[in-house]
Design a protein around this ligand. Structure first.
Ligand SMILES: Cc1cc2nc3c(=O)[nH]c(=O)nc-3n(C[C@H](O)[C@H](O)[C@H](O)COP(=O)(O)O)c2cc1C
Length: 203
């Protein structure tokens, strides 16, 4: 975490947008949530895979690529991460899965929040993102944000669903608060000499 005002530590939150649609509702919602995260005294950055595409993961060759290096740098910078995806066939976008394939131990000790644009709540999508993150020893917030572009937005692409706006505020606040607690504890465990935590394997 970076130092904030009055010696307070500021959480660093990365948002990853993964729709290939330049007018994406999931990426737009992600940007709104990142703004709310800022209001909770955290720093934010955005990795939009639409304008920073990653080559299909290949463990031998891809690490030389400039966009890959940028993604690696951003993930290493982040203390917590928000993943945003459209619902494609009940699953996450291929670009998001490909992004996730590049990482593993980097996700340990980080808390993840999820946003999905879907016409069907995107519950299976959310589950699949959680599965990947659990497999990499990341932590997940217990709820995600599902948006329905035709019901939650007006023609000017403004959110009209008050309940959704409330949930966006929840996730921004909870990610900063709970993500900060997990991050701090993980850092302490890494730096300590205790030997009875999963953090031991990341020293
Ligand atoms: C290939 C493809 C598959 C899709 N599959 C589903 C689906 O299974 N369920 C659903 O509710 N919407 C599905 N959709 C619709 C998108 O999830 C929906 O339009 C969403 O708002 C797109 O998000 P975006 O605006 O962030 O790109 C699909 C769209 C595409 C292009």
């Amino acid at each position: 975490m970076a130092k904030g005002g009055a010696g307070k530590l500021r959480l660093k939150v990365l948002g990853v947008g993964s729709s290939m649609n330049k007018d994406s509702f999931s990426t737009e919602t992600l940007k709104i949530v990142l703004g709310m995260v800022n209001q909770n005294n955290a720093d934010t950055k955005l990795l939009n895979l639409n304008n920073t595409p990653l080559p299909i993961y290949n463990h031998k060759e891809s690490t030389e690529m400039i966009n890959v290096n940028q993604a690696v740098e951003l993930v290493n910078w982040a203390d917590a991460i928000i993943l945003a995806t459209p619902d494609y066939h009940g699953s996450m976008s291929g670009s998001l899965k490909n992004f996730l394939d590049y990482f593993w131990s980097e996700f340990a000790g980080k808390t993840f929040g999820y946003i999905c644009a879907s016409h069907e709540k995107g519950l299976t999508v959310m589950d699949q993102m959680r599965t990947v993150i659990r497999q990499c020893y990341g932590w997940s917030l217990p709820y995600g944000i599902s948006i329905n572009s035709s019901q939650d937005f007006n023609e000017k692409r403004e959110i009209t669903n008050e309940r959704l706006l409330e949930r966006l505020n929840y996730i921004a606040r909870d990610l900063v608060v709970y993500g900060g607690l997990i991050h701090e504890q993980f850092k302490k465990d890494l730096e300590s000499t205790i030997n009875n935590s999963y953090a031991v394997r990341y020293r």
